[in-house]
Design a protein around this ligand. Structure first.
Ligand SMILES: Cc1ncc(C[n+]2csc(CCOP(=O)(O)OP(=O)(O)O)c2C)c(N)n1
Length: 525
């Protein structure tokens, strides 16, 4: 990697941190700073090599770092303000951890001398950091900050997976003299899968055919080549191929094999897996229901169904699938795309909305899915759309979508991004719209304004709670007052419109993509 700048000395700890990031390939920082981070802010300003993007809530910064990793496969840094700032970013760090995204949090802290006292912003920073990070360290002196930062960058990877690394930066280690920039070692390649695991999987799939399920996860559902290999394996052995119900990134659209995902609903997932005697895990883990329901099992696989690991998520899953296809002498599977899409018309229904979104989608778009109930049936229409990548929320904490879109746009420059949002979910981190406008990011936001937490209306029944009356109904409805999404977008610098039928949705999407910046469309449904 060419050096962004020559190393310059003498420098303070904050400057050595910036140079270490820049020299280690971490060239983007999602920031929401405070007083304790001012020397780091000054160093970011003084030294080249790290682009700074401001988020107006820490959940925007952490969610954006997740989206960035998913597209760029490089960690971004976040700059957060002590325990409260990190805590505000926690939910999207949790989502990123489940997505196995690599993120480097730099969390300002009080100077070591000041930490002895009970000041207002003092908190259990370790408690917050430790509960969501794979790696936590406190810088202890300006001279060590560079080495700490290099170790933190290295800690953002575990084989093929990303990890959450959190470096607490006491203010005096930032302003102190004697900083020494370092460079993180290059990331080691993901571990290959042993030949025995490939041979064993080949024997199982050959013997069991449709009584085996090849379950894709992590890298298994993330690369087009892996999906083609999986389809070829299915064609050669008769096994079923499924992907986990949530995937950090999955190629879809024309020219790509359509791999079905396990359904979200437990009963439907159990039904889908019925008859399976073995699940062959390709980067996936045992499927477990999202929630517990009275009288229902947590495990989704049929009783007695075995688990056999082809590749763990840390390993090189695409290579393992390729090796398995070769071991089975599986020729590439015949592929037929669905019929091309016409321009949809008529009222807004889940089907016509899906058709409009699919018909308007530009090639190589990145779609961020936080559509919750409205998006459940989008799969078949999207198979006929232009080739794209599909990103899903991984940790079940809503509010990931808009920030993730910011990071995805920065991690995949030149590619348009479309975010599909439930109105309830979008409200958690709507400040991301402001960052989209400030950075002129090519992001389309479609908000499904059903004015309800609709999924929870179903869950109320699903868990066996009795639907009692107006208090419960009011906790699940967003209609009083009604949210005006066009105004919320406009107030943050994002142009928006409301559409009333499928043709208008398709048209508004096409116009938005052509304009090249952020736009929002409110879809009543
Ligand atoms: C951080 C967090 N808080 C609360 C929830 C519970 N929850 C799950 S879905 C949901 C509502 C989603 O509403 P919306 O985005 O409008 O989608 P809809 O169900 O209406 O399709 C809520 C509150 C959650 N998953 N995560």
């Amino acid at each position: 990697m060419p050096d962004p700048t020559p190393m310059v000395t003498p420098m303070n700890g904050a400057e050595s941190l910036v140079q270490t990031l820049a020299h280690s390939g971490v060239d983007l920082c999602f920031t929401n700073p405070g007083t304790s981070e001012m020397h780091f802010v000054a160093a970011l300003d003084r030294l080249p090599g790290v682009r700074c993007v401001l988020g107006l809530f820490e959940g925007v910064c952490t969610g954006a770092a997740d989206g960035y990793w998913r597209m760029a496969r490089q960690p971004a840094a976040t700059l957060l303000h002590l325990g409260p700032g990190l805590g505000n970013g926690w939910a999207n760090l949790h989502n990123a951890r489940k997505a196995r995204s690599g993120i480097l949090n730099i969390v300002g802290d009080h100077a070591l001398e000041h930490l002895r006292f009970e000041s207002p912003l003092k908190s259990d920073l370790d408690g917050v950091a430790g509960s969501v990070s794979h790696w936590v360290r406190h810088a202890r002196s300006a001279a060590e900050v560079g080495a700490d930062a290099a170790a933190a960058v290295a800690a953002t990877r575990d084989g093929a997976l990303g990890c959450i690394a959190t470096l607490a930066l006491p203010a005096d280690t930032a302003w102190g003299a004697g900083g020494v920039p370092q460079r993180a070692p290059a990331a080691p390649p993901a571990a290959p899968v042993a030949g025995e695991a490939v041979d064993a999987a080949a024997r199982t799939l050959r013997a069991l055919g449709s009584r085996a399920v090849l379950l894709l996860g992590a890298g298994g559902s993330a690369s087009e080549a892996a999906l083609h290999a999986a389809a070829a394996i299915a064609a050669a052995t008769g096994c079923r191929v499924l992907a986990e119900f949530y995937n950090p990134r999955m190629p879809g659209g024309r020219g790509r094999p359509r791999i079905e995902r396990l359904p979200y609903a437990g009963d439907a997932a159990r039904q889908k897996l019925s008859g399976a005697e073995v699940l062959v895990l390709a980067g996936s883990v045992e499927p477990i229901g999202f929630f517990a329901y009275p009288g229902k099992a947590s495990q989704l696989k049929p009783e007695g169904c075995a688990l056999q690991t082809l590749a763990t998520p840390q390993q090189d899953v695409p290579a393992a699938l390729q090796a398995l296809a070769e071991a089975l002498q599986a020729p590439s599977a015949p592929h037929a795309d669905p019929a091309p899409l016409g321009v949809p018309s008529g009222p807004l229904t889940p089907e016509s909305i899906a058709a409009a979104i699919a018909a308007a989608l530009p090639a190589q778009a990145v779609v961020v899915d936080e559509a919750v109930t409205t998006g459940r049936g989008f799969g078949p229409a999207m198979a006929a759309a232009a080739p794209h990548d599909w990103l899903q929320g991984m940790g079940g904490a809503i509010g990931y979508g808009l920030p993730c879109a910011v990071g995805a746009a920065l991690g995949a420059p030149g590619r348009p991004v479309l975010t599909l949002e439930g109105d309830g979910s979008a409200m958690y981190t709507l400040q991301a719209l402001w960052t989209m406008a400030r950075e002129s990011l090519p992001i389309g936001v479609v908000v499904f304004a059903n004015r309800a937490y609709r999924i929870l209306q179903g869950e109320l029944q699903g868990v066996g709670a009795r639907m009692s009356g107006p208090k419960a109904a009011a906790m699940l409805s967003l209609d009083h007052p009604a949210l005006d999404w066009v105004a919320l977008a406009k107030g943050q610098g994002v142009p928006g419109c409301r559409v009333d039928d499928a043709a208008a949705l398709c048209d508004a999407l096409k116009r938005g993509y052509a304009a090249g910046g952020p736009f929002l469309i409110e879809v009543p449904c």
